[in-house]
Design a binder for this molecule. Structure first.
Ligand code: UGY
Ligand code: MN
Length: 235
């Protein structure tokens, strides 16, 4: 952990008991307690798992890594996801699943409606080459073209040896999970090997770059605040 980033590997996880959840092991990986403006939590749901509550002023995003679960009446399995707007009750049940969860305070935009709840399947979302590189492909799971959305969740796929095209420095903050493969992440001036299951927090303006190793593809799931003038809307 550094001031502007953290890499949280599975062997350091310590579970939390979360009110509203039964038969569930939760690891809160990224949170405001470390200076982040987002939350990223891993949920391992047992055979009798239930979770319920209210999104309140936040938006929730659930991505199914393994198994099956039901979120607000929709049946989801691996690769499926749910985005819940603020002010939404949620009811989750499962016979066993692993979920990755992201949440962020929703920032309303005057004159623009809050989008309705969204359910999807990552496999059905079209992949596009990133900045013209066919070896680096992006899937946007939330339609960012709707300015009502202030939070993007994407999946990046890198062929072996593919890289982010330049060292990024940007106001947006990321929470990230390596879904498959691995490589070397540059964060600030530091270079770290990362593997499947590793989580990375990148604060705003943290310099970031990545090169994927082989032999297979590398995929990561990450979130990003978008579509708001954060210079004028401090949290
Ligand atoms: O969307 C992004 O900012 C992305 N290119 N960043 C990243 O993968 N670290
Ligand atoms: Mn970035």
């Amino acid at each position: 952990m550094r001031d502007r980033y953290a890499i949280i590997a599975p062997d350091s996880h310590v579970p939390s008991v979360l009110p509203g959840w039964t038969d569930t092991t939760a690891h809160i990986l990224i949170s405001p307690a470390m200076g982040a403006n987002l939350v990223q939590t891993s949920f391992v749901l047992g055979p009798k798992a239930t979770g319920s509550g209210q999104t309140g002023q936040d938006q929730h995003f659930y991505y199914v890594l393994e198994g099956k679960c039901r979120i607000n009446g929709k049946d989801l399995s691996a690769g499926h996801y749910a985005w819940l707007p603020p002010g939404t009750k949620f009811e989750i049940s499962s016979p066993g699943a692993k979920l990755m969860y992201f949440a962020k305070r929703y920032e309303p935009l005057a004159g623009t409606a809050v989008p309705a709840a969204l359910f999807g399947d990552a496999a059905k979302v079209a992949e596009a080459p990133y900045l013209g590189d066919p070896h680096l492909r992006l899937r946007g799971l939330i339609p960012e073209t709707n300015l009502g959305h202030d939070f993007a969740v994407n999946i990046f796929t890198f062929d072996p040896g593919a890289t982010l095209p330049f060292v990024e420095i940007h106001i947006m903050e990321h929470g990230l999970l390596v879904l498959e493969g691995g490589g070397i992440y540059r964060l600030n001036e530091d270079f770290h090997p990362v593997h499947q299951g590793d989580v990375i927090w990148m604060a705003p303006y943290c310099p970031q770059w990545f090169i994927a190793k082989g032999p297979g593809p590398t995929r990561y799931l990450y979130c990003k605040n978008v579509n708001r003038d954060a210079t004028l809307n401090p949290h």
